[in-house]
Write a protein that binds this ligand. Structure first.
Ligand code: AMP
Ligand code: MG
Length: 274
């Protein structure tokens, strides 16, 4: 163990608390600097994550679901790439949620989500999630207000149900500033290797920045619960974002307190029989 602070406690949205995103500094690094010491710590964190994921996969008692939400260019893809670097692909599943297909739209909004929830033993990552149904859907009025308003409670019940069934959920809002988004859009329009990341719709969505922040505040306020907490991750600095997310995932897995399963045979005896 080390004397590093508890990132989860520092960055979690306390259940029931009011959230004003303007008060969360996206440049915050909690006093850490991007130096060799931090890099070494990051490497150790990923190594420990890999080891724990191995135990998660072997014991198959619990699943871990990591939900990532952010404004465009907020760093969801980069976070996934980073956090997954060390882990065994066989035990992971990443699901990206795009605009619903006609078939998905013909079902309740949690239908496609439930189908992607990780099985016990698995680490699941959602790149966007059911929260889009109270974010983009709310901002663009894609369903009547009465419909999206009812969804906060529906989401809480769904997540509680998953928790009761062995799925631990961690939800991360990668918080960048509007200036940082502009900078990242400019990079996407400058570096040919990043062109593909830019969509014309991104500028339209940027105009709705304030409405999105408001929608995020509502989701964070209404849906941060003890069993499925939200974390606001200061994400202007990619290294800090990576550090914070991987630390919180690690801290959570450590709390699972998993033991490797006992063999269903006598290893020493069986070895003699080879
Ligand atoms: P990207 O993540 O850049 O590939 O974009 C995916 C797009 O799908 C985003 O513009 C999301 O807002 C949109 N999207 C995801 N889920 C939903 C949903 N439930 N309803 C409407 N749009 C969605
Ligand atoms: Mg996009």
């Amino acid at each position: 163990m080390d004397n590093w602070m508890n990132f989860a406690r520092k960055l979690m949205v306390k259940p029931g608390s009011k959230v004003n995103l303007a008060r969360f500094d996206p440049d915050n690094t909690l006093g850490y600097e991007h130096d060799e010491k931090t890099e070494a710590k990051l490497a150790t964190t990923l190594k420990r994550l890999d080891r724990l994921q191995y135990v998660l996969y072997a014991t198959k008692k619990k699943a871990l679901l990591v939900v990532l939400q952010a404004m465009d260019a907020g760093g969801k893809d980069g976070t996934i790439r980073h956090v997954m670097t060390g882990v065994n692909p066989q035990g992971c599943r990443v699901t990206s949620f795009k605009q619903p297909t006609p078939e998905e739209l013909a079902h309740d909004f949690l239908w496609r989500i439930h189908a992607a929830v990780p099985a016990r033993g698995m680490l699941g990552i959602f790149n966007r999630s059911h929260y889009e149904d109270v974010l983009v859907v709310r901002v663009h009025g894609l369903v009547p207000k009465k419909v999206w308003k009812a969804r906060y409670d529906q989401i809480n019940e769904f997540e509680q149900f998953l928790d009761d069934n062995g799925v631990k959920i961690l939800k991360f809002f990668l918080h960048i500033s509007k200036d940082e988004q502009k900078k990242r859009f400019e990079e996407r329009l400058t570096d040919p290797r990043k062109y593909w990341k830019f969509g014309a719709a991104d500028l339209k969505e940027r105009e709705l920045w304030d409405q999105y922040q408001e929608a995020y505040e509502a989701a964070l306020e209404r849906c941060s619960t003890k069993s499925a907490p939200w974390f606001v991750i200061p994400a202007n600095h990619k290294w800090f974002r990576n550090l914070a997310v991987s630390r919180i995932v690690l801290e959570t897995m450590e709390e699972f307190d998993m033991q490797m399963p006992a063999p269903a045979f006598n290893p020493a005896q069986t070895k003699k029989e080879i």
